[in-house]
Design a protein around this ligand. Structure first.
Ligand SMILES: [Zn+2]
Length: 282
């Protein structure tokens, strides 16, 4: 159900992005006469039994894997700890580099794979650990389950959100809830700002900013700088997390159409890094 509905609400694909995606799908043999061009943002959700080569690409004549088929789109991994730990670990380099190089005896091929990784997981096997319902798992089994996601892997997740079960009263309330289409409009707006801003660099979004461009476009005022510095020490953040918080803050500012990153943007971006403190280092 989710897989069918999400593509319609993903942000629009620009012409340049569509060309890149179409090329990859063509090499993978995914195009046909009735489907000659990819015009919507890819949404790939491989099953947790997927092999390393199907995920990152492979074969005698190396073909793109799911990470490249998700280029300029979303790679959704449902129930993350169910995936083989080795399979998850091979994701680290593609996430970092936005490309994957496949070496064979006769040839070496590099495919782009600039995808947004979206993953979901329960905190334990029964799903109730940390909630107001009683968890039936042992401490050891919780540690083993969560431990399938390594610290370095989690460090590459910019936005970590805990979603609690919805209370019955909430389902029946008349409270206004923003629709997916309304959210899509806001996201398209922010993406258009980024596409314009980075036109001359050949990149499309904040996630692709190099350290040099971060310096140029993610400037902080004195107060925001001091907030980030304190959070860095208190939460024991890595250098990678520092960069990524700046990029997320830039996106939050763009969502509001703000020229500069403000204090509330930096605070919100830092708050998205709190999940690992609750479950992984408890
Ligand atoms: Zn449990």
């Amino acid at each position: 159900m989710l897989a069918k509905r999400i593509p319609t609400i993903l942000p629009k694909l620009s012409f340049e992005e569509a060309l890149e995606v179409t090329k990859i799908h063509s090499i993978a043999g995914k195009l046909s006469n009735s489907f000659p061009i990819v015009s919507t943002r890819p949404f790939r959700n491989p099953h947790h039994t997927i092999s390393k080569s199907s995920l990152i690409g492979g074969g005698k004549i190396p073909k793109p894997g799911e990470v490249s088929l998700a280029h300029n789109g979303v790679l959704f991994l449902d129930e993350l700890p169910e995936f083989n730990k080795d399979v998850l670990e091979v994701l680290r380099v593609p996430i970092e580099d936005g490309k994957v190089t496949l070496s064979r005896v006769l040839s070496t091929v590099t495919y782009p794979c600039n995808f947004m990784l979206v993953a979901s997981m329960n905190p334990c096997m029964c799903g109730y650990y940390g909630s107001d319902k009683k968890c039936k798992c042992t401490e050891e089994s919780i540690r083993r389950y969560i431990g399938k996601i390594s610290g370095p892997m989690l460090d590459r997740v910019d936005i970590q959100i805990e979603v609690n079960s919805i209370k019955y009263e909430k389902l029946n309330s008349n409270e206004y809830i923003e629709t997916s289409n309304e959210i899509r409009k806001r996201v398209n707006f922010a993406r258009e700002i980024q596409q314009q801003r980075y036109k001359k660099y050949g990149i499309f979004s904040n996630s692709e900013l190099t350290p040099k461009l971060i310096e140029k476009y993610c400037k902080l005022d004195k107060e925001s700088k001091s907030i980030l510095e304190k959070a860095f020490d208190r939460l024991g953040l890595s250098a990678r997390a520092h960069e990524r918080i700046l990029k997320v803050s830039r996106t939050l500012a763009d969502m509001e159409g703000k020229l500069n990153i403000e204090k509330n943007h930096i605070l919100e971006a830092i708050s998205y890094r709190s999940l690992d403190k609750k479950y992984w280092r408890a």
